[in-house]
Design a protein around this ligand. Structure first.
Ligand code: SF4
Length: 210
């Protein structure tokens, strides 16, 4: 089995194991997804969802975020890591979307990454989940660890990992792969104690004896 066939088999098995796999952040609009994704850096999705439950009730439009005093927004997301920078980035992104993109969250990697606080990972999450565009693969800490253990990459830098994964994953599966590896990383292939004996990928994994 070559690496592409192995990747497809991994996706097939993980889809069966996690039929519910999808993004764990709650949102209703593409801008809410952008806000939630900015907030999620170095913070758990559960915590972000707790904060956005109130936030999304208070702020209804992109303009609400663009025009709120910075201090108010800071307080509203104050329990989140790096709330200061995140508040600045959310507010500045909202203003830029209104001004440059006619109040629509952009649908290209180049435009999305021109927004403050939006790097490639965030842009991939927006493109895939809000617009169904699988231009790249969002690489978070779980994707990084699990793909390395599975031998799908030998790199540790997220941009290089993304390139490696894109080379072996068909376009239509790129969004899925990210969600599936995240689910598997949370449940089975955990950072400290991977549960090899419970893993559906055991026979495919070069790290099963670590
Ligand atoms: S066999 Fe172990 S290291 Fe490999 S994917 Fe499964 S849990 Fe992770």
């Amino acid at each position: 089995m070559d690496i592409r066939e192995r990747t497809l088999e991994i996706i097939k098995r993980l889809k069966k194991e996690y039929p519910e796999s999808k993004i764990a952040l709650n949102y209703k609009t593409s801008f809410e997804l952008l806000v939630a994704t900015i907030l999620s850096a170095q913070t758990t999705d559960v915590h972000v969802n707790r904060v956005t439950e109130k936030l999304f009730k208070k702020y209804k439009s992109i303009g609400d975020y663009a025009h709120v005093p910075l201090d108010t927004l800071r307080k509203d997301i104050g329990s989140i890591n790096f709330y200061n920078n995140k508040a600045k980035n959310i507010r500045a992104s909202a203003a830029m979307i209104i001004e440059k993109f006619n109040s629509n969250v952009p649908q290209s990697m180049e435009e999305l990454t021109s927004l403050p606080g939006v790097a490639r990972k965030t842009a991939n999450i927006i493109l895939s989940n809000a617009y169904g565009i699988n231009e790249g693969i969002a690489v978070d800490t779980h994707v990084k660890r699990v793909s390395y253990r599975l031998g799908l990459t030998e790199n540790e830098d997220p941009v290089k990992i993304e390139k490696d994964l894109m080379a072996i994953t068909p376009g239509e599966e790129r969004g899925n792969l990210s969600h599936l590896l995240i689910f598997h990383g949370r449940k089975i292939c955990q950072a400290k104690k991977p549960k090899h004996s419970e893993c559906v990928l055991y026979d495919l994994c070069p790290s099963r004896d670590i």
